[in-house]
Design a protein around this ligand. Structure first.
Ligand code: SAH
Ligand code: SF4
Length: 353
């Protein structure tokens, strides 16, 4: 089976030309794929019947992932989907920010997964605790977006932002991740603005450098969680060869190359990395490099890490801000349906909770 969602627009053109059809037939496939969300080739009526049959005979299919479960949070702002892939399943999340509650523009952000499980083993992350299962293909990543795009379209809304903050480490599945990004941002593909995409990484300098060479304006978030190597290795056991300094340098290079400001994510864990001393150490490390820190009071997972008190979170934030380090506390979304950061797992039981 070959999924048409896997193909870059240029590749789609090559495919139709190789089949002996004129170039414009490629757009007659691409347009419906990204705006009408057909479930199979027979729904693309613009194509000659013979061409559809030839595509089917050659093994082409559309969006092989099927929706098997959907759950919505009480406030209706967070939706989690479970999608069936060929031999595994994946969770994906839509977070909506309702302007009547927070002001500003309405946002519909999709949080996608790039792997099932993750080999990085972060001790506070449910995905890390399940270990690595498999890499997702580009079409599996795209499929997560398409399912939500279809749901939103029915309500007269659309996808505004995309974050790679679901299961897995995007840099550990670089080629498939970047293929998906290119198709999703291509003006003949899904057409999402590059600036509306953020890749979150645990901090793999070679991957960050590679991304900076792609000539894309996508945002980068680096999950730092600790200001020194000793503490960081306890939280991110596989951090091994990459020191905090190496990671911060890679962030600086990304900024120099792309002009996009880097965000450092910092999951706050009571009694582990939330003391005022650690806040001071972190502010010294990041002072003057123009980056932004996103503090995430830890979301509950199976591990026994506790969220710090609101007072400790405010104190941590205050120390960073006073030192001139730009900083925000991330708004929580979807914890009660286990859809928040670090809570995604693939078992259906967990979904039903
Ligand atoms: N592997 C990538 C992207 C997926 S994780 C990365 O680590 O950046 C997305 C974000 O969720 C990361 O910043 C990660 O540190 C954070 N996270 C993981 N577990 C969490 C938890 N239990 N509570 C809050 N944030 C968590
Ligand atoms: Fe993997 Fe990110 Fe979870 Fe760490 S936090 S285990 S890198 S998904």
């Amino acid at each position: 089976m070959k999924d048409l969602y896997r193909l870059l627009p240029e590749e789609m053109e090559q495919l139709v030309i190789d089949m002996g059809y004129p170039r414009y037939r490629a757009d007659q496939i691409l347009l419906p794929l990204y705006y009408k969300f057909p479930k199979n080739l027979s729904e693309i009526k613009q194509l000659p019947k013979k061409m559809r049959e030839e595509l089917i005979e050659s093994g082409y299919v559309i969006g092989s992932a099927k929706k098997i479960h959907q759950i919505v949070s009480e406030d209706g702002d967070t939706t989690k989907l479970l999608l069936q892939l060929t031999d595994t399943s994946v969770e994906t999340v839509l977070m909506q920010y309702n302007p009547s509650k927070i002001g500003g523009h309405p946002r519909s952000t999709i949080c996608v997964s790039t792997q099932i499980g993750c080999a990085m083993g972060c001790v506070f992350c449910a995905t890390g605790q399940m270990g690595f299962e498999t890499n997702l293909m580009a079409e599996d990543i795209i499929s997560q977006v398409i399912h939500f795009a279809e749901i939103l379209q029915k309500r007269g809304e659309h996808v505004t932002n995309l974050v790679f903050m679901g299961m897995g480490e995007p840099m550990a599945n670089y080629d498939e991740m970047i293929r998906a990004v290119k198709i999703l941002t291509h003006d003949r593909g899904f057409g999402l603005g590059q600036r509306h995409i953020t890749i979150s990484t645990i901090g793999i300098p070679s991957g960050i450098d590679k991304l900076s060479e792609e000539n894309l304006q996508i945002g980068l978030a680096i999950s730092l969680h600790a200001p020194n190597n000793e503490l960081r290795k306890k939280l991110v056991p596989t951090a091994g060869p990459h020191s905090v300094e190496d990671i911060i340098d890679a962030g600086k290079r990304y900024f120099q190359k792309t002009g996009r400001r880097v965000t450092f994510e910092y999951a706050l864990m009571a009694g582990i990395n939330d003391s005022p001393e650690i806040a001071k150490e972190l502010s010294l490390l990041l002072q003057g490099n123009g980056s932004h820190v996103n503090l995430i009071p830890i979301n509950p997972t199976a591990g026994d890490f506790q969220r710090p008190s609101p007072e400790s979170v405010s104190e941590f934030e205050r120390i960073l801000s006073n030192a001139g380090v730009n900083c925000t506390v991330r708004m929580e979304k979807g914890t009660e349906i286990s859809a928040a950061c670090g809570q995604l797992r693939t078992d259906v039981d967990n979904l039903a909770k």
